[in-house]
Design a protein around this ligand. Structure first.
Ligand code: SAM
Length: 257
């Protein structure tokens, strides 16, 4: 039996994908933050194997390629993102060593101890920080590095509105000491961490969305799902401005023991 219905779920998936694929990055971050995180990692060689997990359209991957040697595999669940990723790699003249593939972070196509570096900006939350840290460990060589960004609390307590928002969105959100303890338990030496500067959210992530939101609403004037989605994006952004002293993204860098 054929089924021509688009479920709400399918629609959301397409909607979210179409929205984010026109942005240079799909999460907070910046080339400077990527470069800073790289400064905590031992130098790589041309033979080094790097994975960028949840790479999106590759905003950070091109920076990674610029400042490292080695082969980079970008992996993302959305084929549309990977298509753009590979076009971006070609434009940056690095498709000989940067390749995007569609796949899931809970079923990675690597061998044990194959990788020198695992990178993941704004994506590990999809399977959860602790699970990702544990499951991805086996793909790293001994002394290999992992570098991920993860939303974290900056204070032991915070106002109920922001606590409730994050408990609903991502209950695994926790403080920096709790996250580094999880890394340590998963088999890494937590070698460094730093808070992403505010402009990683404002300038690099939220600002490019303002005109996109206008365009989206104009393009779909009668569509309630679009209206709800945009309202939600705007609410999330307003919360950031109101509560940014309580939470943000943190880059966590670790070395496999
Ligand atoms: N790293 C990019 C950046 O910083 O611009 C993208 C970050 S975006 C917030 C999260 C990414 O994770 C999206 O590109 C999404 O498609 C991807 N993703 C979600 N679930 C995934 C999964 N199970 N496996 C691989 N990628 C996934």
């Amino acid at each position: 039996m054929s089924n021509n219905h688009t479920s709400i779920h399918d629609f959301d998936f397409t909607l979210i994908c179409n929205y984010f694929k026109s942005l240079e990055r799909q999460g907070p971050g910046s080339p400077e933050a990527t470069q800073k995180a790289l400064s905590f990692i031992n130098e790589l060689s041309e033979k080094s194997q790097i994975a960028d997990i949840g790479c999106g359209t590759g905003g950070q991957t091109i920076t990674l390629a610029e400042y490292t040697k080695g082969q980079i595999t970008g992996i993302d669940l959305f084929p549309d993102f990977i298509e753009i990723f590979n076009k971006n790699a070609a434009k940056a003249l690095c498709s000989d060593r940067v390749k995007g593939i569609t796949g899931s972070m809970d079923h990675l196509p690597f061998q044990n101890e194959e990788l020198d570096l695992i990178w993941s900006e704004g994506a590990i939350y999809n399977i959860g920080f602790e699970r990702g840290m544990n499951e991805w460990n086996r793909f790293l060589k001994k002394n290999g590095f992992i570098a991920v960004t993860e939303v974290s609390w900056f204070t032991p307590e915070r106002p109920a509105e922001i606590e409730d928002f994050w408990m609903d969105a991502y209950p695994e959100i926790n403080t920096i000491p709790a996250k580094t303890a999880q890394m340590e338990k998963a088999g890494y030496i937590p070698t460094a961490h730093f808070i992403l500067p505010e402009k990683c959210w404002t300038e690099h992530f939220y600002a490019p969305q303002v005109s996109l939101q206008e365009a989206f609403l104009k393009e779909h004037p009668e569509n309630n799902a679009v209206k709800d989605f945009i309202a939600n994006q705007r609410y999330e952004q307003s919360l950031y401005h109101k509560y940014k002293e309580y939470y943000g993204y943190v880059f966590y860098i670790g070395q496999k023991r």
